[in-house]
Write a protein that binds this ligand. Sequence first.
Ligand code: PLP
Length: 497
Amino acid sequence: MKEDRQQKTPFFTKLKEYGVSNTVPFDVPGHKLGRIENDLLDYTGIETFLLDSNAPVGLDHLSKPTGVIKESERLMAEACLADKAYFLTNGTTIGIIAMIMSTCRAKEKIILPRNVHKSVINGLIMSGAMPIFINPNIDTDLGIANGVSFESVQEAIKKHPDAKAIFLINPTYFGVTSDIERITKLAHDNNMLVLVDEAHGAQFYFNERMPFTAMEASADISASSFHKTAASFTQSSVILTKGRRIDHVRLRSTINMLQSTSPSSLLLASLDVARKTMYFEGAKRIDHLLQMASKARESLKTIPGIKVIDKDYIVSKGSFDFDETKIVIKVSDLGLSGFEVYKMMRKKYNIQLELAESHIILCVLTIGTTKDDLDALIYAFKELSKKYYKIRNKLPKIKFEYSFPETYTRPRDAYHAPSISVPLQEAYDEISAEMIMIYPPGIPMVIPGEIITQEVIDDILFYVKKGSVLHSDLDNGYVKIIDKEHWTKWDGDDDEL
Ligand SMILES: Cc1ncc(COP(=O)(O)O)c(C=O)c1O
């Protein structure tokens, strides 16, 4: 049964009222509710500006909500079966950092898969927590890292019974989930907290055919990018919590440490309305989307030279579940890399894909996706197949196996250590003082404190050659490593945090 109160959008409603209240604005923002001339105003009209205000009387404070924001957050919590929700205007990026900083103190252990987003590594640097990495399942055919097995978490807990928390990804960028319910129970039985990255899982909360959510699994806390798959504005996310293990005072103060003191009212309003739409329409519209996605998958499967990933495939590879609103396609048998297809789709067919890897591409589907969009995708792949299948040679199997480098010291330790820059080729066997990744997906190939292997060097060179966007502190082929001559490794006894 749907709750009638979910029809309300407390923050958005108040914001609209404020916009047309003819208030004399001696506060910021400086555009003064659109009383200026500029190109953006000409383009969008004044309404956008009327909705952009900075905590005037009656619109509550995001850092300590007591009014309409609090009401809107309560509705969000109810809609997601959580006990409490915190709105975020700096994305799940800060949600993840806040989850880690507020639960793990310096040197406390956190068990986590190595294929985490860079924000998790930043959370480790900022909290000083000690990562205990577990290897995710690797699909060497597709060249992606998936979920973690229950057994690998069990083994890590056995080896590190003093760990403070387990961190899970629900789902990965490519839609793969782990057995979050069983792992959460195991963690709680061992007195550990469960933190969940649900950046790509906001839609799970609104349709029963979707994989399990963190809150259903009784995980303690999750951060979810509503903007990615639940149709709010970019950068608007939520933290959800369940149960009594989270220290809310510490969580609140940590969020406030990281979040802007001038949160965007447009983003907050977009969370309010997205929640309402998903609550009332999500189940039906995601059902429809799943139907369209399934038909599109069937059509795509008939196209020679491409392989379409589905739940059966993912499960057969040892992973737990799959979010079928993601369309993952292996394209390398066309003789094209994912990167090439990504560019061709945009240039030749006006299709913007979410992501490419060397052998695959990823499409993200949401309730905004239409049948025409999917038809355009099918058409484009038919054309690519006609043009390239059996004309070009299939790409060779993926050359690297995604083995992650070994941790030598805590990320925070490495971040604060004296460092020097050396050409990448000379960094073999050195300890990285920086994080290097391709964006997207933003999963670091090496993080501060890890030993740089030849494989890492080869991977970086491979991606650079493919023209991927490399994120690193340094450019021009240099990498930052720990200056071992002037550094002493923390041995666990000193007071350095
Ligand atoms: C797995 C994962 N976690 C976290 C994030 C960060 O989310 P946001 O973009 O909302 O800051 C991303 C972003 O792409 C992601 O892919």
